[in-house]
Design a binder for this molecule. Sequence first.
Ligand SMILES: *Cc1c(COP(=O)(O)O)cnc(C)c1O
Length: 397
Amino acid sequence: MRFATQAIHAGQEPDPTTGATIVPIYQTSTYTQEGIGRHKGYEYSRTGNPTRTALEECLAALEEGKHALAFASGLAAATAVLSILRPGDHVVAAEDLYGGTYRLFEQVLARQNIEFTYVDGRDASTFATSVRPHTRLLWVETPSNPLLRLVDIPAVAQIAHAAGSLLVVDNTFATPFLQQPLKLGADAVVHSTTKYLSGHSDVVGGAVVTSDEEVAAWVRFYQNAAGAVPGPFDCWLTLRGLKTLPVRMRQHGENALQVARFLRGQSMVEEVIYPGFSGHPQHDLVQRQMRGAGGMVTFRIRGGKDAADHFFQALRVFSYAESLGAVESLACYPCAMTHGSIPEGDRQRRGLGDGTIRLSVGLEDADDLIADLAAGLRAADRQLAGSTSETVGVGEK
Ligand SMILES: *Cc1c(COP(=O)(O)O)cnc(C)c1O
């Protein structure tokens, strides 16, 4: 079956006991067993829960992987895959990473004597020159957060396998609707299901998807052994979100393109980064490995942090908030929010200047979104001009 059908039906047969069409929220911690060693496949909800099973089967189907394991957050899912590593192991990661992933690498795993090398993911050959005898894992996000840089998944998969390591792709930004890393050669996919997969800013969750039996067996063991599992209601919300993933992703892409085009024509905007532009430096790769450019748009505002602050304060439709991928539009300031845990020097070196603004373009009417951004840019422009005249802004609030 095709993607949109799987999104609605995979793992979601009518409930065998009642016929309930929608998978019930099995809000139970334990299961009454028939006798010693005799039960219906469930014993305790850390180990397994039918609502979670439905979510895991649906996620596996959408990524075209054999196994999916759900976790309590995207970072819990990342931790589960990374628990494959042992002291002395080395990881090569594309440097334009989600700040929380970087913090997990540098402040948690580095204490366990695991070493990290960061490379410019846009150039696949940098992975080849950075692998060492103890390199066990290559980690990439594509498109990356927040600069929307791409990593050539097939090329990096080849380098990983030649070096005897695994390639893990954080597919949170693209979702399997736009990109299926396992089909492109990756060994495992990690998701923050908090974002597009659930899609409504009402749940935190994560998942690992893989077709590699060894990775699956370990992550399944770790899921139960370490215990960062999502509750049944969170699984149910995520399943509900998945049903509309294809329609949402199409509309996110359409709205984002309109917003990006608008921003490109504004004098307050120094640069607009959107992989859907034919002028995006990696547009060829976008067309080779993605089915669309997605709903994230990053731009640099003239005037740095002060201008950005006025821009955010003038917004009425966009929420100034962390996170992404939901029906409501969000505007974020990576330097203080998602990437606040990265030291300033590192941020600057990675191209994250203090005028950088990241938009998660939602599903509101695109004209309303554009009018809102226009008001934000006017406010920033006034700030830059040093004018605080009240009359200029009449009618905007
Ligand atoms: C949000 C996010 C994460 C972390 O997920 P949580 O659900 O917040 O733990 C990891 N990677 C990317 C790309 C993200 O956007």
